[in-house]
Each structure stands twice: as C-alpha cells, then as structure tokens.
Ligand binder design. Structure first.
Ligand code: NDP
Ligand code: 8G0
Length: 469
C-alpha cells in the first residue's frame, strides 16, 4: 500500500504518467551491496553511505516516493569528478607531481560548495565521503548550497611559503575552469588556511581577470567575512550548548577534551573557555598535551601562534607551560565531561568510545567530519552518551561561508556581531531540525537520524522537482 502511494506520489509530482510502474521498497542490504560493487576500494565513502542510509532506512520505508524516484542511487553518484595533475618546482629546483581533485557531488539546491584538503592521505574515497556528507550539511544550514569537496595529496608540512605558493598557483591553473561564484565555491579544510586561500584566490584573479566571491575563507581585506575563521569552532560550541540546554544543563564548569590544534580546535577551545569550561587537552598528529589546570586564553594564544605562524609541533607547549605530553596518543582516555574531536575522520574508534564511556563522558560532538567510526557511534548511543554527527555540529563553518558568499554578492561586509548572531541562529535551527526528525519514543534525541533525515528531505525533493537530469 505504501509503495503504491509512493508511485502515485511520484507520478503526480512529475506528471509522467505510466513511466513508474515498478513497485520498489527500500532494501538496505541490497542497496549497500550495490554501492560497494559500484565503488570498490573506497572504504571511507562506503562508511559514510552506510551510516547515512542505516539511519534513514525506516524513513525511506515510510516514504516510498524517494525509493521509487531512485533518490538513494542518484544521491550517491557524484554529478562530476574532476581529477588532474599538479606539477610544480620545489626550492631545490626539482620538479614535483601531485594529484588534484574536485568532487562536485550534488547541485540540486544550490551551487557546489565545500572545502579543499591538502594532506598526504587525500584520495578519491576520502573526498567522496566528505563531498557526500557536505550535501546534507549544507542543506541543514538553510542556505542554498550544493555539496562538493576537493584537494590534493600535497603535504604542506615543512614546505616554504614560496613552495606552497607555487603549488597553489599550479593547482588553480587547472581548477579555475571548473569553479565560479555561481557554479562551485571552494574553501579551506585540513592543510588549507588563509595563506593558501590567498595564493589560490590571487591566481584565480590573475587568470580570469575577475574579482568575484569564487572562494570563501578569504582575508577580510580582500573580501572575506568576519568570523569565518572562528565559525566552525564557535558553531560547534553553540551546538553543544543547545544539546545541554535541552536537558537543563550548560557547558560552564564542564571539563572538555579537544583533539587537533588547527582551525576548528583552536576556536572550539576559545569559545568553550569563554563560556566557563575547562579545556584539558589539544593535540596534533604526533601526540596530545594534557594540562590538568586547563588551557586558558593565554596558553591558547601560544598554541595559535605556534600552529598558525611558526608552524611548530604541539609538544612545544610543554616547554613553556606545565602539562604532560602524551606522545603518539589521542586524548580519549582522560577523564572529562565532554569530548570534541576536531582533527580528522575516524579519530574515535570503538576502543576510544569504550575509554570515554568508562570515564563517564556525557557528550561527544564532532568538530571534524566523521570523527567516529560506525562502531564507536553505536557504542556511544547504546551507552546513552549525547552524540552529534559533524554534519550537524560542525555546520557553522560552511554556514558562515554561505554568509561570505551573500556579502560578496551584495558587495558589503557585515560586522562581527551581525555574523555571530546569524551563526547562533543557524546552529539553533539545525538543533531544532535534529529534534524534529530525531525524537525517539523514549523522548531521547537520535541526532544522527534527525540530521540525516532533515538534510535529506530538502535535497531529495529538489532532485524530484528538477526532473531526471
Ligand atoms: P587544520 O589543518 O587547521 O587542523 C587539523 C588538525 O588536525 C591539526 O592539528 C592536525 O595535526 C590534525 N590532524 C590532521 N590530520 C590528522 C591525522 N590524520 N591524524 C591526527 N591528527 C590529524 O584543519 P581544520 O581544523 O580546518 O579541520 C579539522 C577537521 O574539521 C577536518 O575533519 C575538517 O574536515 C573539519 N571541518 C573543518 C571546517 C573548517 O571550517 N575548517 C568546517 C567543518 C569541518 P598536524 O598539524 O600534525 O597535521
Ligand atoms: O567553507 C567551506 O565550504 C568548508 C570548508 C572546510 C570544511 C567544510 C565542511 O563543512 O566540512 C566547509
């Protein structure tokens, strides 16, 4: 009965008469097996798709028009994948060759939007998982943006400014053909900050002779938005406050574990400290610093300078301040109330989740994308830990990128307060959507289900409205 309803729905919404004769019910296992066969050797992409469709399975069974219209198949196939060679000359005069990519995943609700990652681990599987997640995150922000991701296996660590500049210029020599302020608007991500966006934007402007909002995360003097650097980390903590306020609690006086010491980690720490929390840890890919007294604003300033200007290692914190350095360790076996993973994907495994639960963690909110493995998420949820997926809790970054695009279009720059007010409102709206679609009969909120269903509906309905293209 439901499936027939769906077919009727589909026919009516498209007016396509007899085209849809086949009944189709969503079968999760069959669907995931098909995705696996079509995308071999892409474990991260498969992980993201598995997590997503497992959480919306019952929604798809109750709303068969999406299956009838083949939305699961359509939405898991990128609209376009661009792969290119990036050649450049290092400081020794040697020729270097890197891979460059842009995955333009879905543009049903707006131009492609998403970051560029420069890290040696970058490959198509990672960029497809990030691009796929970006579709639903961008939908959740309420700003019309499609989903994309790109990047390179180039490693900025240890490279001179001149080498980074030459690499970025060569990268843009190909990328410029595929982007534009109404087509695809890249931004930074791991390994791509204001310095790299500057070199990329400079080259785009040189080639095209156009000063447009083609990239976000720009410096304020050349078209950037105030609060874009802070947006992901601040937004994450605003979202955590929403999660805690719902249960009549707040972040004030809570102990917090943060991983990473890059853009997201720094501003998550800053906002948490400003709201009265005690931040116990930060980390990089070599290890963790654990400061029992708490990382205060003065200590955080040191970390910002160490990471953003000197480009040093987190271990150097212990030469200036008290605190332990835990070499090659992540922060997850230290006792605290809240964990904010802000480094990279799969940084919380099932074992890490067990450590967190053993120490009575109350809340885990993702700053990084897909911070937790599927097993870790299951374990946290089973243990009644409040858990939020990145596509909800880290959406503040891309949301303020969306605000940067608006400011560029109308040729203005808003005040810090204006952007901050909008950011808070967007995070609150996302939290409300998670409640609307993720409320269980027990009254508990499944933030994974809520975020995924809410993000999906808008994009899926748009795909249906736009026809089979
Ligand atoms: P940065 O490059 O500024 O910082 C990344 C941090 O994570 C560094 O401390 C880095 O350490 C550490 N890290 C990176 N890769 C690994 C790894 N494989 N293992 C352990 N540590 C690692 O990146 P961002 O802060 O911008 O991004 C962090 C995460 O947040 C990513 O998942 C990103 O996709 C996500 N995100 C970012 C947004 C943004 O606006 N920037 C928006 C939404 C999500 P080291 O220096 O040693 O490499
Ligand atoms: O601004 C962006 O488009 C952007 C940059 C880096 C990461 C992300 C994300 O949402 O993961 C978005």
């Amino acid at each position: 009965f439901q499936a027939e309803d769906g077919i009727r729905d589909a026919q009516e919404s498209r007016g396509l008469g007899d085209v849809y004769k086949r009944q189709s019910m969503f079968n999760l296992n069959n669907f995931l097996n098909k995705i696996k066969d079509k995308n071999p050797n892409e474990p991260e992409f498969l992980q993201a798709v598995t997590e997503f469709f497992s959480s919306i399975e019952s929604f798809l069974l109750e709303n068969p028009k999406y299956t009838t219209n083949k939305i699961p198949e359509i939405i898991t196939e990128p609209e376009r994948v661009i792969s290119f060679r990036v050649t450049w000359i290092d400081d020794k005069g040697e020729i270097q060759v890197n891979k460059g990519y842009r995955v333009q995943f879905n543009s049903a609700i707006g131009p492609y939007k998403g970051g560029l990652r420069f890290h040696p681990t970058v490959n198509l599987s990672i960029l497809k998982f990030l691009g796929f997640e970006q579709i639903f995150k961008n939908s959740l922000t309420g700003i019309p943006m499609g989903g994309a991701k790109g990047g390179s296996d180039f490693d900025p660590h240890g490279k001179s400014d001149a080498e980074v500049m030459r690499f970025c210029q060569s990268f843009m020599n190909e990328l410029y053909r595929h982007i534009g302020e109404d087509t695809d608007i890249p931004a930074g991500d791991i390994g791509v900050g204001t310095r790299e966006i500057g070199f990329l934007f400079g080259q785009y402007k040189k080639i095209t002779n156009k000063f447009t909002g083609v990239l976000t995360g720009k410096g304020f003097n050349w078209g950037g938005s105030l609060l874009r650097p802070e947006a992901t980390g601040y937004g994450l903590v605003y979202f955590v406050e929403e999660m805690l306020n719902r249960i009549n609690d707040t972040i004030s006086n809570k102990t917090v574990l943060i991983s990473g010491s890059g853009n997201v980690a720094q501003y998550a720490a800053e906002k948490a400290i400003n709201l009265g929390a005690k931040v116990l840890t930060m980390s990089d890919s070599s290890g963790t610093i654990y400061d029992k007294d708490g990382i205060n604003l003065e200590k955080l300033e040191f970390i910002k300078e160490l990471k953003n200007i000197k480009r040093g290692r987190i271990v150097e914190y212990t030469s200036k301040f008290k605190g332990e350095y835990l070499e090659n360790q992540k922060p997850w076996n230290i006792k605290a109330d809240i964990a904010l993973p802000c480094a990279t994907q799969n940084e919380i495994t099932e074992n890490d989740a067990q450590d967190l639960v053993k120490n009575d963690i109350k809340l885990v909110a993702e700053g990084s994308n897909m911070s937790c493995t599927i097993e870790a998420i299951k374990y946290l949820q089973k243990s009644n830990v409040l858990y939020s997926p990145g596509k909800a809790s880290n959406a503040g970054g891309v949301a303020v990128s969306g605000l940067e695009m608006s400011q560029n279009s109308i040729r203005t720059q808003w005040s810090r307060e204006e952007v901050d007010t909008k950011l808070k409102e967007i995070m609150k709206n996302i939290h409300n959507k998670c409640i609307e679609y993720g409320k269980e009969s027990t009254g508990q909120i499944d933030y994974v289900k809520g975020a995924n269903i809410a993000g999906f509906i808008k994009v899926a309905d748009a795909i249906i409205d736009l026809g089979i293209v």
